[in-house]
Design a protein around this ligand. Structure first.
Ligand SMILES: *Cc1c(COP(=O)(O)O)cnc(C)c1O
Length: 404
């Protein structure tokens, strides 16, 4: 008789966004005349850039010709894309990463979720608090945690690293050494970035203690400040302790197209086995989830015209980030982030809980954001606003917030 994986029963369910949806729907039903502005979404809104659309069209047409047809692609991605990534995201930044250390995939979410499968279930795991929920949920399902403890608002046996205003939303090196360490910079939800010296300290810590860092670089394109690394491989020694995940979702609008990649340097070894050889065998290989036409679209991201168009898209969102950040400060709120990331992490006023502030914004000015407590216990008392709206909506939302 079959048995289910009981670790799934420990999951908390997708409470956050369904609860937001429920409260917004209830408000709209009671106030159908009100115009609600959403600054809570984590999805981009601008259409795919023209250069990428042309590349897609071209690849689609190729597929309809005898010479251009492609069947199953290379297991880890087409060379044209892996070479473009190696050249632009690494060599150009002085990082020593070869094309065959890059594994193309259908997005970072799958990779950050699945990467834990190559590690034993007895590894200890550390995550930032607040955190992007995928790192936690997948380790819960794999059985690396105990039960959810409502009193502490977290899972037993999981090492939470608080990210607060006091530490600049950059966690301290844990006293209890974890085997697997998830880091994401620039960060979702706090919008915090990490400076190179600080990231180097993590790399040194991991090498010293035999830990591996799983580095989520999904928001790398939003970095605007000098001294903030775009890749963990800018740090010395990262080739022996770090895996890096990238997405084409937030920099190029591929949330619907789906494309990402993971880097596993061949220097990462455990007991003589390279992690590279293990990930080579991950399920989904041979298809790797990314169609030929989408990989051609990814290649166009690195063309000169593509780069210019995407720079303008990021600048558009970052203008929103500035509108939100400055607008909140003018209104007397304390706000963080929004300089190297499309997220603003504001402190709720008057010690309000995240959900109380959510209700107040919705009821008084019809602006929807995301309660910080939904990302972990340390997110209580904070509220996330995103820069992915239109500039018109974003300005209007801030005009309303200032009138509070
Ligand atoms: C959006 C996001 C991703 C990217 O997800 P895709 O699956 O590539 O769309 C990864 N990590 C974080 C933290 C994100 O916010």
């Amino acid at each position: 008789m079959y048995r289910i994986n009981e670790n799934y029963l420990k999951l908390q369910g997708s409470y956050l966004f369904s609860e937001i949806g429920r409260r917004v729907a209830a408000y709209k039903e009671a106030h159908p005349e009100k115009d609600v502005i959403r600054l809570g979404i984590g999805d981009v809104t601008q259409p795919i850039a023209p250069t990428i659309i042309s590349a897609l069209h071209k690849a689609v047409d190729e597929m309809g010709t005898p010479e251009g047809f492609r069947g199953y692609g290379p297991e880890q991605g087409y060379d044209f894309l892996r070479n473009a990534i190696a050249e632009n995201d690494y060599r150009a930044r002085g990082c020593e990463i070869a094309a065959d250390e890059i594994f193309v995939s259908d997005g970072a979410k799958c990779d950050v979720g699945n990467i834990q499968e190559i590690f034993g279930t007895d590894n200890t795991v550390a995550v930032c608090d607040p955190v992007y929920p995928v790192y936690v949920d997948t380790n819960v399902m794999a059985g690396r945690t105990g039960r959810f403890d409502p009193a502490k608002g977290g899972f037993d046996r999981l090492i939470y690293m608080p990210c607060t205003a006091e530490n600049g939303f950059s966690p301290e090196l844990p006293g209890q050494v974890p085997d697997l360490i998830y880091l994401c910079f620039p960060n979702n939800p706090t919008g915090a970035a990490i400076r190179k010296e600080a990231l180097q300290a993590w790399v040194d810590y991991a090498n010293r203690n035999g830990s591996v860092i799983l580095y989520d670089a999904a928001y790398e394109a939003y970095i605007s400040e000098e001294g903030v690394p775009h890749s963990i491989y800018e740090c010395e020694g990262a080739r022996t302790c770090a895996i890096e995940m990238h997405s084409f979702s937030k920099n190029a609008g591929f949330t619907g197209l789906r494309l990402g990649y993971t880097v596993i340097p061949k220097d990462l070894k455990s007991g003589g086995v390279t992690l590279h050889s293990l990930w080579d065998r991950r399920h989904g290989t041979r298809y790797n989830g990314a169609p030929y036409i989408v990989q051609r679209a990814g290649e166009a991201v690195y063309s000169e015209a593509g780069k210019a168009e995407l720079k303008a898209q990021v600048a558009y969102y970052m203008e929103n980030a500035r509108t939100i950040r400055e607008g909140l400060k003018e209104a007397g709120f304390t706000a963080y982030g929004g300089v190297n990331a499309p997220y603003i992490w504001m402190k709720t006023p008057d010690g309000m809980t995240s959900w109380a502030f959510f209700d107040r914004l919705l009821a008084q000015v019809q602006v929807v954001g995301t309660p910080g407590s939904g990302f972990g216990a340390s997110g209580e008392g904070y509220f996330r606003l995103t820069a992915f709206g239109t500039q018109e909506n974003t300005r209007e939302a801030l005009r309303r917030i200032r009138s509070l």
